[in-house]
Design a protein around this ligand. Structure first.
Ligand code: ZN
Ligand code: ZN
Length: 327
């Protein structure tokens, strides 16, 4: 197999030939057909997340086909198309696992962070944490659903019944959530980098009712806002934009520090919450709902060898929607 490997934090990934790997008990080997590039991959590469495995093969939006099934695996078949998400494994016994909050597991494994992921021609996954994908949709179109879609869906659930929903940061996750929210009959307000006319017109094309810069106030108060961009300065901005009793959901795994802000922004029962990881139930719920919601992903594909270029383009905001690596 070959892979783009991170051998050193904050360094470029390196094209590497590796010995083929065999699945152990409870695992499958998957031949990778597409792997999305997520902002979390940038945080991994930049060393912004605690306790990474190094060297590591990043990538946690994997679509591929099972080519070897390890011992003691049930319900999966050779040749079946599956998706592999960020949550690679949980302990099953900690308090969080037992209270059906496995996204908060005390001893988890994360794909592309503490277990090798999808910037490769093949990967090994825990069979219990793979999602059968069926045959509808192209591999590249499905890949962004595995994290941008899933985490976006979890964040949308955390936003509650909000009819007027703000999305701060209009990248891969927001472009999926905007479509789901519009389908649910919500009015979506999109916030981009100030002056980013191209992203604003992209957001409008997806049914977003109002778009503006993150430094602007929406024309009416929001019921809830989801922050996807990794900037802590957006928290006071979003709190200012939500009504009394409104909620701000932070959907990213990492953010820059939050600036001081006056208590009046939180006062009147505004809520500030975060979303961490996903549960398998999130995956089952979202992947079964996605076709009904009519979600169309906008992807820019790069050959696996150009993973560094894809990461650089993500960092610079040079494409709309999601980047996907293909063999
Ligand atoms: Zn656990
Ligand atoms: Zn991700």
């Amino acid at each position: 197999m070959h892979a783009m490997v991170l051998n050193k934090l904050a360094a470029p990934l390196e094209w590497t030939e590796l010995a083929d790997r065999k699945p152990g008990p409870g695992q499958v080997r998957v031949n990778i057909a597409a792997c999305g590039v997520c902002r979390t991959d940038l945080h991994v590469v930049d060393g912004e997340l605690p306790n990474p495995k190094i060297p590591i093969i990043p990538g946690h939006e994997i679509v591929g086909r099972i080519d070897i099934i390890g011992p003691a695996v049930e319900g999966l078949t050779i040749g079946q198309r599956v998706g592999i998400p960020w949550l690679g494994q949980t302990c099953g016994v900690c308090a969080y696992c037992r209270m059906e909050r496995e996204n908060l597991c005390d001893d988890p494994i994360f794909t592309g962070f503490t277990r090798d992921g999808g910037f490769a021609s093949a990967t090994i996954a825990d069979a219990r944490f793979t999602f059968p994908l069926g045959e509808a949709g192209s591999d590249a179109a499905l890949a962004p659903l595995l994290c941008a879609g899933l985490i976006g869906w979890r964040a949308l659930s955390r936003a509650g019944e909000a009819r007027r929903l703000g999305l701060y940061g209009f990248g891969a996750a927001a472009h999926i959530v905007a479509q789901a929210a519009a389908w649910q009959g919500r009015t979506v307000f999109g916030f981009t980098r100030p002056g980013d006319a191209a992203t604003q017109s992209f957001a409008r094309s997806l049914g977003v009712a109002w778009v503006g810069g993150a430094d602007e106030m929406p024309p009416e108060p929001l019921d809830a806002a989801i922050i996807f961009a990794p900037s802590g300065a957006l928290i006071p901005a979003a709190l200012k934009a939500v009504r009394k009793g409104g909620r701000v959901v932070c959907a990213g795994i990492h953010m820059s520090d939050i600036p001081n802000f006056p208590y009046t922004l939180l006062w009147e029962e505004r809520e500030l919450v975060s979303v961490a990881n996903l549960t398998r139930q999130d995956g089952i719920d979202f992947l079964s709902a996605a076709p009904k919601l009519g979600i169309v992903t906008h992807t820019t594909t790069y050959p696996l060898r150009k993973a560094n270029e894809a990461l650089a383009d993500l960092r610079a905001g040079r494409f709309h929607g999601a980047a996907v690596l293909v063999p």
